[in-house]
Design a protein around this ligand. Structure first.
Ligand SMILES: NC(=O)c1ccc[n+]([C@@H]2O[C@H](COP(=O)([O-])OP(=O)(O)OC[C@H]3O[C@@H](n4cnc5c(N)ncnc54)[C@H](OP(=O)(O)O)[C@@H]3O)[C@@H](O)[C@H]2O)c1
Length: 278
């Protein structure tokens, strides 16, 4: 089958391009196609005639979205609507990447796909509104929510922690936000599987297990053989422009319905650290 990956120059897009074998894959970055331009999106999709479009493009700077909400909604909500309309017009299926930040974080057990959205940030609102619009526009689309993405070929939390651990005497990391770190390679494999299994509706796709950012940082430092102390701090002490959910673990039930299991996050982290060395 033919597949179009929009957002192919991003963290997930790069992993999708590397992992997707046996099908014809076209990858586009923002320089090839700006999803805000409905006319160009329609032209590109009509020209390629893909069976699946994986939409991994987004304005992912969560704090940047707070001060640039017009851009956040244009790229994260209106752009996906353009892609959904073009997909419908060309008879292509759409898999859209969404986020754990569509939830408010007040739960203490994993979020199910039908839990109520209540985003706390501009980024979260832009993704939540995109989900609603896409389900109206093309009810058979697949929305894959993921969380705390890391991987090779871009800025990510483990990479930042390793750079800071090498240059600072100690690291302060927030301990009151819990989620599931997710390796771009494992997510790419799950997405490929979802497309091949003709998935539709909302699916939660993250590595299994959960931790706080502090625990994640501790594990990164330990697994890399470093001894830099990591100290727990509260979100209030490390104030940032965008509020984050205190708890955003996503339940794996929806993924299991497709017979897909993703590895535990510590296992995924070790794979990433090996990939980073090579
Ligand atoms: N990162 C996370 O922790 C996280 C967590 C939950 C969900 N997600 C979602 O997962 C998906 C993939 O995230 P990621 O971390 O791989 O993103 P990323 O590394 O920030 O990459 C973003 C991609 O979007 C493209 N893009 C940005 N604006 C565009 C526009 N106007 N038109 C077309 N393309 C545009 C970029 O193209 P250029 O590089 O060529 O400009 C790049 O390919 C996103 O939907 C994101 O919201 C991410």
């Amino acid at each position: 089958m033919k597949v179009m990956i929009i957002g192919a120059t991003g963290l997930l897009g790069k992993a999708l391009l590397r992992e997707w074998r046996g099908d014809e894959v076209v990858g586009l970055g923002s320089g090839d196609l700006d999803i805000r331009d409905a006319g160009r999106v329609r032209e590109a999709v009509n020209a390629a005639q893909p069976k699946w479009i994986v939409l991994a493009a987004a304005f992912t700077d969560v704090d940047g979205c707070e001060s640039n909400s017009d851009l956040a909604f244009a790229v994260n909500r209106d752009g996906p609507v353009n892609v959904a309309q073009a997909a419908k017009n060309a008879g292509a299926r759409l898999l859209f990447l969404s986020s754990d930040y569509v939830f408010d974080g007040r739960k203490t057990t994993p979020y199910e796909t039908d839990d109520v959205r209540n985003p706390q940030s501009v980024y979260g609102r832009s993704k939540a509104e995109a989900e609603v619009r896409l389900l109206e526009e093309s009810p058979d689309c697949c929305i894959a929510r993921t969380s705390w993405l890391f991987g090779a070929g871009g800025k990510c939390f483990p990479d930042t922690i390793l750079k800071l651990a090498a240059s600072r005497p100690a690291l302060d990391v927030v301990d009151d936000q819990r989620g599931s770190p997710t390796y771009s390679v494992d997510l790419a494999r799950a997405i490929i599987d979802l497309c091949r299994k003709e998935a539709h509706g909302i699916v939660h796709a993250t590595n299994s297990g959960e931790c706080s950012w502090f625990e994640f940082a501790q594990e990164i430092v330990k697994a890399s053989g470093l001894t830099t102390p990591v100290r727990p701090v509260s979100s209030r002490q490390m104030a940032r422009p965008a509020p984050r959910p205190a708890y955003s673990v996503l339940s794996a039930k929806s993924l299991r319905r497709y017979g897909i299991e993703m590895p535990e996050w510590r296992h995924a982290l070790r794979h990433y650290l090996e990939e980073r060395k090579s």
